[in-house]
Design a protein around this ligand. Sequence first.
Ligand SMILES: Cc1cc2nc3c(=O)[nH]c(=O)nc-3n(C[C@H](O)[C@H](O)[C@H](O)COP(=O)(O)OP(=O)(O)OC[C@H]3O[C@@H](n4cnc5c(N)ncnc54)[C@H](O)[C@@H]3O)c2cc1C
Length: 380
Amino acid sequence: MSWLFTEEHRIFRKTVRRFVDEELNPHVNEWEKNGGFPKEIFKKMGELGFLGIRFPEEYGGTAADMATTVVFCEELGRCRSRGLTMGVLVQTDMSSPYLVHFGSDEQKQKYLPGIINGETVCSVVLTEPDRGTDLANMNTTAIKDGDHYVLNGSKVYITNALNADLYFVAAKTNPEAGHRGISVIMVERDTPGFIVESMGKKLGMHGSDTGHLTFDNCRVPVENLLGEENQGFYYVMSRLAVERYVAMASLITASEQALEDATQYAQEREIFNSTLSQLQVTRHRLAQLHTKLEAARQLVYYTGWLYDQGQEPTKEVAMCKAFVADVGCEIADACLQIHGGNGYMEEYDIARFYRDVRLWKIGAGSTETMYEIIAKQLKI
Ligand SMILES: Cc1cc2nc3c(=O)[nH]c(=O)nc-3n(C[C@H](O)[C@H](O)[C@H](O)COP(=O)(O)OP(=O)(O)OC[C@H]3O[C@@H](n4cnc5c(N)ncnc54)[C@H](O)[C@@H]3O)c2cc1C
């Protein structure tokens, strides 16, 4: 057991692990083929208390610490559909926290219990066809008209889009004011003028659905504004850190699993009257990758500990995102190589992991963006 975790965390880990082993992993091949997992998974997770880990108890949450979230991410990271892992983390840590942190009591009463019990599925809606990293210059507008905002524009790559009931949308409420004119508005699925379409096939993460959203004079009541008007850019920047952090916590165990698979494969694969693992180059490569992964894991744990000390570890989260994504991609490449031709076949999970992990040098902020944040924090 690691220095970050208590006995309570260990018990919670067992519950999540059992759920992943019994309720998720037996079905992942089917869900990957279908391009998404059933919405009922959210309800099952809600019943087990997985969807409100750090949320207030008065709305059905557990008010637990970041270390508990790390446990959840680590165990969910062992799901053989990394797309499912991402979809669930979008619900728990990438979208609904906007409501918890910036919503009014009335808004929380209306939406939070359903989010925590898994009846309401959520998406976070930032990226546009022409603006991803450069969020400050987004083009989607939400112009006030009486007691409504009228939304126009389009958004791309939205995870959970097809399953979602509630969308946390960033849009310009004051298009002349640059990043000081952005707000976050909740949009319900059935709102007229709101169109949700699948984006079609993607390289990896096949277990998650990815949508294209269009707002065509979509009228949303002003009560759906989260927090203060024109403060949305700051809200997004503050929440993106946790989004990046949980993704990397789950990538640690996904990478570990790939290493375990490759180690077992190398020990069983016969070559030159011995096994692959007896070749020094294989043993050293695996040892090197385990070392890098352990360094990545300790960076994730240290950052989680900083969160639990009440800090906002901006620099460390960016370091996690850049480093863990790099280590994960290196592990995927090396472990596929160890599998030889078998690694290229769908039958082996390493082929899927190789495709899935590549997202994390781009999604939730590219590696280049992370180095920009780190350099800024270091005042370089
Ligand atoms: C499967 C998937 C799921 C996603 N889910 C969501 C979601 O749920 N919600 C959502 O809002 N978005 C989502 N995204 C979007 C994702 O966050 C963006 O793709 C990402 O932020 C990068 O934006 P972009 O694709 O527009 O790339 P761009 O902003 O066009 O950047 C292109 C490339 O430029 C380089 N670059 C960027 N900044 C710098 C810099 N400062 N210096 C040097 N080079 C730089 C990087 O290599 C980067 O990859 C998802 C994407 C994918 C692929």
